[in-house]
Design a protein around this ligand. Structure first.
Ligand code: PLP
Length: 409
């Protein structure tokens, strides 16, 4: 299958070697089966999508697809789009006591980021973007404006406007002080959007010190810039709270959501406070920002089901328990001299090592032994675990035994 793919897919897309990739056939819970019938334990949730396991929104998809698969998103939308907007408003800006939230849908996560960047321009009239080293917001041209990993950005720089300022993402109190000073030097009158992940994911699972988000909030309030939290990875209980910003009680102007929103359908959304979103002109029938599949009914139905299930199963407790199990099991890796730190929040755990080669070597061995994991960080030297919330203690212990073996054999 891999060889067939190689003939017909852009060669930059799927990495293919003798022992990579596996070709998926089906998935359920935290398990994936490949086309040869081998079973794997997925410690990535498929890039963070399978919140409480694979397939938990499947019934909603089947039901919705039997009556309506597609509607005319910005012209004649589906009932479920209305319901999803209401649910998202309720769980974001209404819950935060800021009145209604207003939604702008996309398909992939980067589209939610681009919708947010456009919303910031609408609200401020300013094109400048403040973003962070190590930041990852997806790979569309708009999202790349805020990219903090040069590797993704450099080849396309010729087509990217020079609108962004980039600051170091602080990792401790000392760096937070330096960051505050640097922020103070930035000319706020040019910046329309501050684009930030409350916890960096792809950048290496980096949790900034407490107070960082508040400093950004205050700076935006002073300068008039729009604060965008990209919670595409961290949203929907991944970190142990509904959104990562809930740990610090800092409310953004716009929040970007995707991945676990639907549990497996390409749907994303930028939700903003009505105050900001109403800076968009009212449409007279020609939307300034839309797409063919905007608010697709299957995606909306799956997202509504996901939100119901997240609330029914008690994600806070579920993630807290799984996190405790994961931390306990991962602790043994600290005995390895090349593991320098284990960090993260909730079910976003990063194991910092001394080299990208070491991590990719381990990840390949783990795959052979039935564990799906991925390297993270700009140079891939972080082994990341972001398992489904439903992962059991036995599964975690097994995954960590295989990890230890892969690192040491
Ligand atoms: C924080 C964050 N923002 C945006 C994206 C881009 O989402 P997508 O790949 O669905 O376009 C990702 C993807 O990993 C992400 O982690």
């Amino acid at each position: 299958m891999a060889k067939r793919l190689q003939q017909v897919e852009c060669r930059n897309t799927t990495y293919i070697s003798g022992d990579w990739p596996i070709i998926w056939e089906r998935a359920e819970g935290a398990n994936v089966w490949d086309v040869d019938g081998n079973r794997y334990l997925d410690m990535t949730s498929g890039f963070g999508v399978a919140g409480i396991g694979y397939g938990f929104t499947g019934d909603a998809l089947r039901e919705q697809s039997s009556v309506l698969m597609h509607a005319m998103g910005d012209v004649h939308p589906a009932r479920v789009k209305v319901e999803l907007c209401e649910a998202l408003s309720e769980m974001t800006f209404e819950r935060w006591g800021k009145g209604k939230g207003k939604c702008l849908f996309g398909n992939s996560g980067f589209e939610a980021v681009e919708a947010a960047l456009k919303s910031a321009v609408m609200a401020t009239g300013r094109g400048g973007i403040l973003s962070f080293e190590g930041g990852y917001h997806g790979l569309g041209y708009g999202a790349l404006l805020g990219a903090g990993i040069d590797w993704f950005r450099k080849p396309f720089e010729g087509q990217l406007a020079k609108v962004s300022e980039r600051l170091k993402f602080p990792i401790n109190g000392e760096e937070l002080e330096i960051f505050s000073e640097e922020l103070g030097k930035i000319d706020g009158s040019r910046i329309g959007a501050v684009l930030v992940e409350p916890i960096q994911g792809r950048g290496g699972i980096i949790v900034p010190p407490t107070g960082f988000l508040k400093i950004l909030r205050d700076w935006c309030d002073e300068s008039g810039a729009i604060l965008i939290f990209d919670e595409i990875y961290t949203g929907f209980w991944r970190t142990g709270k509904l959104f990562a910003c809930d740990w610090e009680n800092v409310v953004p102007d716009l929040i970007c959501l995707g991945k676990a929103l639907s549990g497996g359908f390409p749907i994303s959304v930028c939700v903003g406070s009505a105050e900001i979103m109403d800076k968009w002109p009212e449409t007279d029938g020609e939307a300034l920002h839309t797409s063919t599949f905007l608010g697709n009914p299957m995606g909306c139905a799956m997202a509504l089901e996901a939100l119901r299930r997240y609330s029914d199963v008690g994600c806070e407790r579920m993630v807290a328990e799984a996190t405790a199990n994961l931390l306990a099991a991962a602790g043994s890796l600290l005995d390895l001299e090349f593991v320098t730190e284990i960090r993260g929040r909730g079910l976003m755990l990063g194991i910092q090592t001394d080299s990208g080669d070491r991590v990719i070597g381990a990840v390949k061995k783990m795959l052979k032994n039935g564990i799906i994991a991925l390297p993270d960080g700009p140079v891939g030297d972080v082994l990341a675990f972001t398992p489904p919330f439903s992962v059991t203690v036995e599964e975690i212990d097994h995954a960590l035994r295989v990890t230890l073996q892969a690192f040491t054999e």
